[in-house]
Ligand binder design. Sequence first.
Ligand code: VTB
Ligand code: MG
Ligand code: MG
Length: 327
Amino acid sequence: MSASTPTRNLALDLVRVTEAAALAAGRYMGRGDKIAADRAAVEAMRWVLNSIEMDAVVVIGEGEKDEAPMLYNGERLGLGVPPELDLAVDPIDGTRPLAMGLWNSICTVALAPRGSMFNPGPALYMEKIAVGAEARDVIDLNAPVRDNLEKIARAKDERVEDLTVVILDRPRHEALIREVRACGARIRLIPDGDVAGALMTALPETGMDVLMGIGGSPEGVIAACAMRCLGGNLQGRLVARTPEEEIRLREQGYDLQRVLTLDDLVSSNDVFFAATGITSGDLLRGVDYFGNGATTDSLVMRGLTGTVRRIQATHRLDKLGRISPIA
Ligand code: VTB
Ligand code: MG
Ligand code: MG
């Protein structure tokens, strides 16, 4: 990048995408309808994405896992002009908490140069370990939990007892939770939302140190994009849930042994990420509606420069209503 010519920061375009989706989806908080919420988010997202000067192809779309109305893989978005990009979306990470009126649902999107994002295809689940910048060089998904925690603690000049480990609250994590407890570390169990869980480990003000366990593969790739911007690290490994699925994935050429590094998950530093809170959580405040408007809280990041912005916006829905379908 030339020192004298600031180049376009696409993340600033992306934040309008996540804001629009959050404004649309936020209306569904606590209303018990995951599908309607996801549809609203997807439609708002597509509407703004198509206004951006880019030629993006969806690599990470809405998962078949959650049976969500898709921004389907392979869909082209943007005005169809350069730059050519890969697009990863999770219009709502945490549709269940949103529908139930619970914490921590966010809208996320990432862009990177065409061909640079890992495509997990039908491999829906990924084992992950994620940490912030200080511990980025010491994690190893192949190493025992204790080794990782001891190394992370040392890298942060802390004791293992000082660490907080973020883990999705799932029966499959019983053994992991037992191991972490045996090491003496603290645990934050999250009901959903491991994109936010990963990001928090790279944002010291959240108090989270490491994310461990099995979550969605799409979420792994999206979180990897953000971790590249934040200077943190994330490693993943695709996981099959049944022996039949394992055979199927192997037949399709997926290597379930291989540790996917941050570079494997997104091979370029020229990556852009935005997230907006839908319901309030540890990472972002949720959408708040009032009279003729609403407020949103977003994170906006760029890999090339490492700039991380927090953007609090007030939206005038009385004015926007006349020009957009999102109000
Ligand atoms: C996680 C979590 C998501 O899926 O990736 C999780 O971050 C993993 O799948 O919010 P299971 O829910 O089947 O365990 C979500 O909960 C939903 O996309
Ligand atoms: Mg989702
Ligand atoms: Mg999700």
